[in-house]
Ligand binder design. Structure first.
Ligand code: ADP
Ligand code: MG
Length: 617
């Protein structure tokens, strides 16, 4: 949700939201610059600066000012017109780039060649299968381009809050909505801006999605028959056959994953629709209109269940293809020859269509208000530490965002994660692989920096610390059990454990401290041992001893039981628990192993780069 913290209640506020093509980095940079310039010029208020952010697949811009300039409709309309033409221009450029980016890549070209070769090797196959595949593929990309353009063309909103007048003015496409509010008692609808933006996007999105759905259903059903037929096909070239079937199997795996992503998109839109009900209600008429168009005569639940059916069918297909592969080894496969040819052409293309679609809109619905997260901010207040009010909080993550851009794709590793760690608590972070756990604790431990948001250590923002201050804090107050921070094989167990204390200059009674620790961790007789000769469990316990030798405030442990069998893993966690109780050290333990949950004071779940406090089970 957008939080506007304006000291001056009587200022005008402008918010602009555009759907962008997230794969068009240079185009987006340009749009960002132009928006900035346009708003700055348009607002004619030197004291105020526009803020333009690329957030997932939306570009959001915000500016506010206290002069009465925009109460005159002329100035306002002229700015609105410029904004609109700027976006139209962007859409035009984007559509040109869309095609070149969605062209087949080299590995797809290879796959298509193999499939075409396989087709030519079986009876009654069409002439020039490669040409047919290319043509079908082009048709598919045309369809996607048309639908994508349809969506992007109308997914933008301009929102004014004229606070002197007590009026909201909202422009969606060519429609203008007004909402008057009493300055004393009610507030502007501005805070519902990002929800409106998503719901407005959802309308064309779902319409096109519906078309994709129909297409996929009719094709996939047909394809199933092709793989389950009664004709016997003699296999002359088993290698080629197995390679072709392998390609189909791989496409099915990717396709199932893509449909799952689409189901998630639908879920998010539904969540936003439900959670924002009240907020859009206040925008007289706008809410109703949007709600009507979102549903578009079709229930979201229906669309979702159709896609879930598709998953079932694709999984059936997976079994059929696997089965064919086995048969192929014996020299013949049972198929429906008449349909088999077109299935070989259609299946990869249909799945690719679904995949491109899913990738393109994968992050849209993450611009969601569900965890109270902020999409666009006009103040730094929201990142303020809670430490002033609660001294028990030792580490805080506030609104952390982290995006990786490997090659031409974008990975949103963290999407507004919030987490607090309290003195002496045992906190478990559970979540599937890839959900952002490692990224999050790297930020919280000051090893890596977020793109947005803040990390506080005892109320001090990491970003305000110098490199020296931060490393000193880490040395004295943070312990690490990380996979890439292994024991030094040249040092003994004792020396490994003592090392952080020596580096930090905390050598008081060091000998006694190390031996006490080793004793309590069941390593009494291993002090002089070469660490490479230890068992996995012993190694991990030595690492734990090393992590707590300086009596840190908090120990971060990333999958500490990952390489251990489950019994040894439990023993290791029991040691963490004991240290936590005895020494009041906080432990933040990351794992995807649910079995260890009994050790924790508190469990949070991580999913898609966000912390979800509630328990799933
Ligand atoms: P987890 O620890 O929960 O498995 P990670 O924090 O390691 O998750 O990763 C979250 C996401 O970010 C994953 O999709 C991962 O592939 C991606 N990621 C992590 N580090 C990088 C990096 N340096 N470059 C590109 N992508 C990365
Ligand atoms: Mg990890």
């Amino acid at each position: 949700m957008i939080k506007i913290h304006n000291k001056d209640n009587l200022s005008n506020e402008l918010l602009v939201g555009f759907l962008i093509d997230k794969f068009d980095q240079p185009g987006n940079k340009k749009l960002q610059k132009k928006l900035h310039k346009l708003l700055k010029k348009g607002f004619k208020d030197k004291k105020t600066k526009p803020k333009v952010l690329e957030f997932n697949t939306f570009m959001l811009a915000n500016i506010s000012g206290s002069n009465g300039h925009f109460n005159q409709s002329e100035a306002r309309i002229s700015l609105e017109k410029s904004l609109y033409s700027l976006y139209k221009d962007y859409v035009k450029r984007t559509s040109k780039r869309f095609r070149s980016r969605t062209k087949r890549n080299r590995s797809e070209l290879e796959s298509h060649k193999i499939l075409a070769k396989f087709l030519s090797s079986i009876p009654n196959s069409p002439d020039n299968p490669e040409e047919i595949i290319t043509r079908e593929n082009r048709k598919m990309i045309n369809f996607l381009e048309k639908n994508f353009l349809h969506i992007i063309e109308r997914s933008w909103i301009i929102f004014w809050a004229f606070k002197q007048k007590g009026e909201d003015r909202i422009i969606v496409e060519d429609k203008v909505y007004h909402r008057n509010y009493d300055l004393q008692t009610s507030s502007s609808g501005l805070h519902a801006f990002d929800e409106l933006l998503i719901l407005n996007f959802a309308h064309p999105f779902l319409k096109s999605l519906n078309r994709l759905l129909q297409d996929t259903i009719s094709r996939v059903d047909n394809i199933r028959d092709a793989f389950d037929g009664s004709d016997t096909l003699e296999i002359i070239n088993p290698d080629l056959t197995s390679e072709a079937l392998g390609i189909l199997g791989g496409d099915l795996v990717g396709g199932i994953d893509a449909v799952r992503t689409i189901v998630r998109q639908i879920n998010r839109i539904e969540e936003i629709q439900t959670s924002s009900k009240q907020e859009i209600e206040i925008l007289n008429g706008f809410g109703d209109e949007i709600r009507k168009t979102v549903n578009n005569g079709k229930n979201l639940a229906d669309i979702r269940s159709s896609f879930k059916n598709i998953i079932e069918v694709l999984m059936d297909l997976q079994i059929l293809v696997r089965d064919l592969n086995k048969q192929a080894l014996e020299g013949r496969i049972e198929v429906n020859l008449e349909k088999f040819h077109s299935a070989i052409i259609e299946l990869p293309i249909q799945l690719r269509e679904v995949k491109i679609w899913a990738d393109r809109f994968m992050d849209i619905a993450f611009l969601s208000p569900e965890s109270g997260e902020v999409a666009l901010t006009s103040s730094k207040d929201e990142f303020l530490s809670e430490y002033q009010d609660d001294k028990e909080i030792i580490v805080e993550a506030r609104g952390l965002h982290k995006t990786y851009r490997p090659f031409s794709s974008t990975i949103y590793a963290l999407r507004g994660s919030n987490l607090t760690v309290k003195r002496g608590e045992f906190l478990l972070i559970l979540g599937p692989s890839g959900s952002g756990k490692t990224t999050l604790i790297n930020m919280m431990a000051g090893i890596d920096m977020p793109d947005r948001g803040k990390v506080y250590l005892e109320g001090r923002s990491i970003s305000s610390m110098s490199d020296n201050e931060l490393s000193e804090f880490r040395r004295n107050h943070i312990g690490f059990v990380f996979q890439n921070y292994l024991l030094d094989p040249r040092l003994s167990v004792y020396e490994n454990v003592a090392l952080p204390a020596i580096i930090a200059g905390k050598t008081n009674q060091l000998h006694t401290r190390v031996h006490e620790l080793l004793d309590s961790l069941g390593l009494k007789n291993y002090a002089n041992q070469d660490p490479t000769k230890l068992s996995g469990g012993q190694m991990q316990r030595t690492i734990i001893a090393r992590s707590v030798i300086n009596n840190p405030l908090v120990v971060f442990a990333d999958e500490p039981t990952g390489d251990l069998d489950s019994e040894t893993g439990k023993q290791v966690l029991a040691k963490f628990r004991k240290l936590c109780d005895d020494k009041k050290i906080a432990f933040v333990v990351v794992t995807h192993d649910r079995e260890v949950s009994s050790f924790a004071d508190r469990i949070v779940h991580m999913k898609d780069g966000q912390i979800i406090e509630k328990s799933f089970s």
